[in-house]
Design a protein around this ligand. Structure first.
Ligand SMILES: *Cc1c(COP(=O)(O)O)cnc(C)c1O
Length: 233
């Protein structure tokens, strides 16, 4: 568990932010009557150099997230000496799917059947989430609500994929608590088809407390831990 290690002597700004977020997660879990141990915190390190990921690993972080294939691939290769779990959280082109499969441990962004097909494999399973689009903007990634069940069925019948559950990003123009209630409802629809797919990947820097209250199991936290992203202005 990433939440179990507390930095003792270290006092870098990164270590302090990590500690603050870990404490915030533990508080939110207790407030929701949940155990922090049931939560996986993924530190989203996109746009940051591999050196920052290495520092995070030295602080006990085990799960890191990236959203762009080329950047993720390069970092995973550079940091292959570390025992990290790589989570791919961004939109994924089908033609890049097999390459992502090669270094990622978990893919959070399965949102269409062509991508499921591209990830088909007879050589072992990769963990994945089906991403639900909570907006009406198809460009934002994620499957439309009405297409959730067919996509889940497609994943279940395709060798090489192990469905963990549902993933979503809260829309900017909706209360996170409301958005995450929709995710929780979608999760129940998923588990009625796939009883083991109970996980929920939801919650980012600004809304992880609401996500924890709504049952999230996998938090994807970037800037609250890493600080501002270098290339994003
Ligand atoms: C960047 C990103 C995050 C982290 O966002 P922060 O607001 O920096 O915490 C989480 N999930 C996805 C899919 C992302 O692209």
């Amino acid at each position: 568990m990433t939440t179990s290690t507390s930095p003792t002597s270290s006092s870098s700004p990164l270590a302090e932010r990590l500690q603050t977020v870990r404490a915030g997660i533990a508080d939110a879990a207790r407030a929701a009557g949940r155990s922090p141990e049931e939560l996986t915190t993924i530190v989203v390190t996109k746009f940051h150099p591999a050196s920052l990921v290495r520092e995070l690993a030295s602080l006990g972080v085990q799960d890191v997230g990236e959203n762009r294939h080329q950047e993720a691939q390069a970092k995973a290769a550079e940091l292959s000496d570390l025992d990290l779990r790589w989570h791919f959280v961004g939109q994924l082109q089908s033609k890049k799917a097999r390459q992502v499969r090669a270094y990622a441990d978990v893919i959070h962004s399965i949102d269409r059947s062509s991508l499921v097909e591209a990830l088909r494999s007879d050589e072992g399973d990769i963990d994945c989430f089906v991403q639900l689009n909570l907006t009406t903007d198809a460009a934002r990634g994620g499957v439309a609500d009405r297409d959730l069940e067919p996509l889940v069925e497609r994943i279940l019948e395709t060798p090489g994929l192990r469905l963990l559950g549902v993933m979503a990003v809260a829309p900017i123009d909706e209360e996170p608590a409301r958005a995450f209630e929709r995710v929780r409802a979608a999760s129940e629809r998923v588990t009625s088809l796939a009883p083991d797919a109970t996980k929920i990947s939801a919650g980012m820097s600004q809304d992880y407390r609401e996500a924890i209250a709504a049952g999230a199991t996998h938090l994807r936290i970037g800037t609250a831990i890493t600080g501002k992203r270098p290339e994003q202005g």
